[in-house]
Design a protein around this ligand. Structure first.
Ligand SMILES: [Zn+2]
Length: 283
């Protein structure tokens, strides 16, 4: 599953390669890719043909391209990719939508092996598409408000990691980066949000921003060729992981063996010494 830094890399690539260009042709090769678009494939194509892409924006793991008042919204799902390449290159079996441009330059291909991703046109969505208006800003956005998040977290009776993954509180933080940030500030994932000090939440969010920024530094230069690419399975962020996926390996800080706990059908990785388990929720 692509996480925020990977999606931001795609956004930067789109910004570089498709913004300012006029869409000439839209081919929907698989109807599932536009299943969330209200008018279906023909309407999707009609709304975009002949129009110019004005920008490339992101909130959490959603990307959108403002097009006049409207927006082309993309969610990459598990395996979605946006590829930019030569128009005469043969279409791979997993290309779901192809956009051609009137300048005859590189085309844009939405490929998605598992078809969990989707694209749609959001009328009047240029500023913020309505289908994602309920999603809170992510920590890299200007609209992100630490005070508001802190106040909301402290009135919830929940664990800190659940709160980090709750898109109505803060968006864009997935399982991997939640574990990494919690390890950095030495907080166990089950710590009760209402008992955390404002300074602890501030430190945690600073750590989230830090791991995102470092991941971007590692992965952000991978599109110097003419490709905009995201692949949740790609390993180029792996080397910067301190705790995620390291069960039974020594903690880089104290040497204790990293533990793995089941968490919401997934796993949480933490250090038993640096991040002691809360007792009776009273930590
Ligand atoms: Zn440790």
């Amino acid at each position: 599953m692509p996480e925020l830094p990977e999606v931001e890399v795609v956004r930067r690539g789109l910004d570089q390669f498709v913004v300012g260009r006029r869409i000439d042709t839209v081919e929907v090769l698989h109807p599932r890719a536009v299943r969330r678009h209200e008018g279906g494939a023909a309407d999707f194509a009609a709304r975009l043909t002949g129009r110019t892409i004005d920008g490339a924006r992101r909130r959490g793991k959603y990307l959108w391209l403002p097009i006049g008042e409207d927006a082309l919204l993309a969610h990459l799902g598990m395996s979605g990719q946006l590829l930019v390449g030569p128009p005469d290159e043969p279409l791979s079996a997993h290309v779901r939508i192809r956009f051609g441009f009137d300048d005859g330059g590189p085309d844009l291909r939405f490929t998605d092996q598992r078809t969990f991703g989707h694209l749609l046109v959001s009328p009047d969505g240029a500023e913020l598409p309505s289908v994602i208006a309920h999603i809170a800003p992510d920590p890299l956005e200007e609209a992100f408000d630490l005070k508001r998040l802190t106040a909301r977290m402290r009135t919830r009776k929940t664990g800190i990691k659940r709160a980090l993954l709750d898109q109505s509180l803060v968006s864009g933080i997935g399982n991997i980066y939640a574990d990494e940030a919690l390890w950095r500030v030495k907080l166990h994932w089950a710590r009760a949000t209402e008992r955390l000090r404002a300074s602890q939440i501030a430190d945690l969010m600073a750590a989230v921003t830090e791991v995102f920024t470092e991941a971007l530094k590692d992965g952000g230069t991978s599109f110097d060729s003419l490709y905009v690419n995201v692949n949740g399975e790609s390993g180029y962020f792996d080397r910067s992981l301190n705790v995620y996926g390291r069960a039974s390996e020594p903690c880089y800080r104290c040497g204790a063996l990293i533990r793995r706990d089941p968490f919401m059908n997934r796993s949480s990785y933490s250090c038993p010494v640096c991040q002691p388990r809360p007792r009776n929720g009273r930590w």
